[in-house]
Design a protein around this ligand. Structure first.
Ligand code: SF4
Ligand code: SF4
Length: 181
């Protein structure tokens, strides 16, 4: 396991809550995707506490998290496990260390970029951005896109909230706020 003195996760809101983790493993035992993760949530937090940041930056764990919240509602120390997984994805995306063999980081990037830019999801734009990295997936989805378009269920024009900058600001706050929940 490689060690790095600088904590790339130090700006994450509530990261300090993992110091309350008693390593009971309830989160890992509750997680439906734990078998696919290289480090289940309990282990991931132990790695961060040990300063094994490189291991965490390259871990597939946050990318397999499906935000079911099972870990978070059961944690006896009320650690916001799911929220931390989101924040880890954001930091890992900025650091460019997501595992190359996974498609989820590219979907995450396409989705979050769209939200940050416009404050709303426009499926066609998300899939267009994702399709630039995975053209075969984009091609496979064309028949479905045509059907949706014919039924008026696919917006081609970017949807926007009145003040998209406020949404981008919310992203920043969720990553860096040190306020208690
Ligand atoms: S359930 Fe909570 S206390 Fe237990 S290992 Fe997971 S994060 Fe730590
Ligand atoms: S929220 Fe994520 S980490 Fe927690 S149990 Fe669900 S999939 Fe696993």
């Amino acid at each position: 396991m490689s060690q790095n003195d600088t904590n790339p996760f130090s700006t994450i809101a509530h990261l300090e809550s993992i110091n309350q983790c008693i390593q009971c493993g309830t989160c890992s035992g509750s997680c439906p995707l734990a078998d696919l993760m290289d480090h289940a949530p309990r282990e991931l937090f132990a790695l961060i506490r040990e300063g094994a940041y490189e291991e965490v930056l390259h871990s597939n764990t946050p990318w397999f998290c499906v935000s079911c919240y099972a870990c978070m509602v059961r944690c006896p120390r009320e650690i916001p496990v799911t929220d931390l997984m989101y924040a880890l994805k954001e930091v890992i995306t900025k650091q460019g260390t997501a595992p190359q063999n996974l498609k989820m980081p590219d979907m995450y990037q396409a989705f979050s970029r769209n939200i940050k830019d416009t404050g709303k999801v426009t499926e066609s734009l998300v899939m267009a951005r994702y399709g630039m990295k995975h053209p075969m997936d984009a091609l496979k989805n064309i028949p479905l896109a045509i059907k949706m378009q014919m039924r008026g269920r696919l917006e081609l024009k970017a949807q926007k909230v009145a003040d998209p900058k406020s949404i981008a600001r919310l992203f920043e706050l969720t990553e860096t706020s040190k306020d208690k929940p």
